[in-house]
Design a protein. Structure first.
Length: 255
């Protein structure tokens, strides 16, 4: 069960990411359902080309509009790697011309809360020294381990971990990052849990036919995984990313 930060102790360790937080509105939920690989309520999703290759992976959360009629959320936050913004907008340009939805960068900061779980959405807690907490108005998005914290605040530097600590955390928990550990890879090759990015029951979206064919008739040919470099062939070692302590992310045949 996800920890409830509205009643418990605040998170102890944070990493300030360089991720870009985007605002999507209006008609955000309908747009994301048409354009991304996962259902609108899932924390992780992806924008794909028609061949099922990644344009951008994203974390996202819906923002219900006060007083809005109907069940669909009118706005959402998308979190992507900063350098993925221009390729993503180029990919979406033809679709954005056909609807009212707009995607704009915000000035919000994105921190990764290490080793703590948080429920998706708004949360509020107290603050105690360097144990920087979630406050009212902040938004959390759960991850495979820990959670993203979206905030306007510049948080207490005493809670910030180093780049090396964050890299070790990613390797320990098998958390690859877009444009660092993979680029335009086939979506199903980057995770050992297809449901992390993909809802096989949702309607059509770019790349959906390819993903359905792979999941129904075969399995992904390769998988991105954390490997001990010393046991790999020299060619695979050279392709490893995010290396530390003799480990790194490598695309290997899917056994």
């Amino acid at each position: 069960m996800a920890k409830d930060y509205t009643r418990g102790a605040p998170p102890r360790r944070l990493y300030r990411t360089s991720k870009l937080v985007l605002a999507v509105q209006p008609e955000a939920e309908a747009f994301l359902l048409r354009m991304t690989s996962n259902n609108a309520g899932a924390p992780r999703t992806a924008f794909l080309d028609r061949f099922g290759r990644i344009v951008a992976t994203a974390d996202h959360t819906l923002v219900p509009a006060a007083g809005r009629r109907g069940n669909e959320a009118d706005a959402a936050y998308l979190v992507i790697e900063r350098t993925a913004f221009q390729p993503l907008m180029l990919h979406l340009r033809p679709y954005l011309k056909l609807c009212r939805t707009r995607i704009m960068p915000t000035g919000l900061r994105c921190y990764w809360m290490l080793g703590e779980k948080a429920a998706q959405g708004d949360a509020a807690t107290q603050e105690t020294g360097a144990r920087t907490s979630i406050s009212s108005g902040d938004i959390t998005i759960p991850q495979r381990e820990g959670a993203l914290l979206i905030t306007q605040r510049d948080l207490d530097q005493r809670a910030i971990v180093t780049d090396e600590e964050f890299l070790r955390f990613r390797l320990d928990n098998s958390i690859p990052l877009h444009l660092i550990d993979y680029t335009d890879e086939m979506l199903l090759n980057i995770t050992d849990d297809p449901e992390e990015f993909y809802d096989a029951k949702k309607g059509c979206f770019p790349g959906q036919e390819i993903l359905a064919r792979v999941t129904n008739l075969a399995k992904p040919p390769r998988r991105l995984q954390v490997a001990v470099l010393a046991v790999l062939p020299a060619g695979s070692q050279a392709k490893a990313t995010s290396t530390l302590d003799g480990r790194g992310f490598v695309l290997l045949p899917n056994a």
